[in-house]
Design a protein around this ligand. Structure first.
Ligand SMILES: Nc1nc2c(ncn2[C@@H]2O[C@H](COP(=O)(O)OP(=O)(O)O)[C@@H](O)[C@H]2O)c(=O)[nH]1
Ligand SMILES: [Mg+2]
Length: 343
């Protein structure tokens, strides 16, 4: 088997330019599997296994990371283009990395009741936060007469967003997605159980991982039997599939929210009052947009909910106390306002 070129592995000038002149003889190595005390990697010269020494922690590395090695050990990790991560439980804001240097995140839902704007917006925010390009894949288009409606509804969830209805089992999917699934590109799939992620993985990689009913044992089995996580796609490029991808929680949306809700956020500066809550104030640009049909009220509520949750999950304990104090005041004021109106 011939070895892939560095470019095929996803190496670009963004990585090359990080090298000092005296590092040019080191071996660029992309992590394909992570173990407690070693990594498996891909290089232009073929697959390698490198030990992690005392100061190097597997926890600070991720599948898809680029490392420099001297052939026997890891010298250093290069800065990432994108970082997919989740907030680790009980550690404040610490990010637990799931995958690095993913170019495209395929957000997978189906042309049926799985389609949920609030969930998709969260995934889109997560993708924006990670720095990846998001594309929505609408599987099971073959079972729905409304596939085009789903496409329209999906593309309305963020600006410049592409949504693609498809049959995940169709071998032509590799061509349909050829713009993202090609030489040097790295993709990952995100979506709820049953939407067709494994089916798509099989279609794009030519592998035959079990789908559907045996899903659960499959997920568990993979956890223990193999930690390989970077799969070559038949049309070129790499698909990252790790158990961690399945653990990416919807609360991990982070700061990407505003990028997804640009249609809402660009209205905010036009409200008459700077502290407008967009509930009932006169001169509220957001409520005006809803009144004349430019903005969907459901979308405004979903944005408010996400922002609130994000605040809650990202603030320090001191910030939380401060927020609760302010909220208490707000409640008192609004109660006072209400009782004034009653009289
Ligand atoms: N008709 C149809 N069935 C699909 C499609 N995608 C997935 N399926 C079926 O849906 C079930 C769940 O798919 P699977 O890939 O295991 O979903 P996962 O849980 O996201 O990995 C399987 O029985 C698949 O054959 C599709 O586009 N069209
Ligand atoms: Mg699956």
């Amino acid at each position: 088997m011939t070895s892939p070129s560095l470019a095929s592995l996803g190496w670009t000038n963004a990585f090359l330019s990080q090298l000092d002149p005296d590092e040019l003889s080191l071996v660029p190595t992309r992590i394909s599997a992570l173990h407690r005390a070693r990594i498996d990697g891909l290089t232009a010269g073929g697959p390698v296994t490198l030990p992690l020494t005392g100061t190097q922690q597997a926890g600070e590395l991720a599948i898809g990371d680029w490392l420099l090695s001297d052939g026997t050990r890891v010298i250093r990790r290069l800065e990432r283009k994108t970082e997919l991560g989740r907030r680790a439980a009980g550690t404040g804001n610490a990010l637990q990395l799931i995958a690095a240097n993913v170019d495209t995140l395929f957000i997978v839902t189906s042309c049926n009741a799985d389609f949920n704007p609030a969930r998709l917006e969260r995934y889109l925010a997560l993708s924006a936060e990670a720095g990846t390009e998001a594309v929505i894949l609408l599987t099971k288009a073959d079972t729905s007469a409304k596939a085009e409606d789903y496409r329209t509804r999906a593309e309305a969830l963020s600006r410049n967003l592409t949504a693609i209805p498809l049959d995940a089992r169709d071998p032509k999917v590799a061509q349909t997605l050829g713009q993202w699934c090609r030489d040097g590109q790295t993709v990952a799939l995100l979506g709820t159980s049953g939407v067709g992620k494994t089916t798509l993985t099989n279609t794009l990689t030519g592998l035959a991982a079990p789908t559907g009913d045996i899903r659960e044992s499959d997920a568990r089995g993979r956890h223990t039997t193999t930690t390989r996580a970077l799969y070559p796609m038949t049309g070129g490029g790499w698909l990252i599939d790790t158990p961690g991808m399945r653990a990416l929680a919807l609360i991990d949306a982070g700061g990407g929210i505003d990028a997804v809700f640009q249609d809402v956020t660009e209205l905010l500066g036009n409200c008459r009052f700077r502290d407008c809550t967009h509930e009932a104030e006169p001169g509220c640009a957001v409520l005006e947009a809803i009144a004349d049909g430019r903005l969907d009220e459901g979308r405004l509520r979903r944005w408010q909910k996400l922002k609130q949750e994000d605040l809650y999950h990202s603030e320090t304990p001191a910030e939380a106390r401060d927020r609760q104090r302010k909220f208490g005041k707000q409640v008192k004021t609004s109660l006072a306002v209400k009782s004034r109106f009653k009289r």
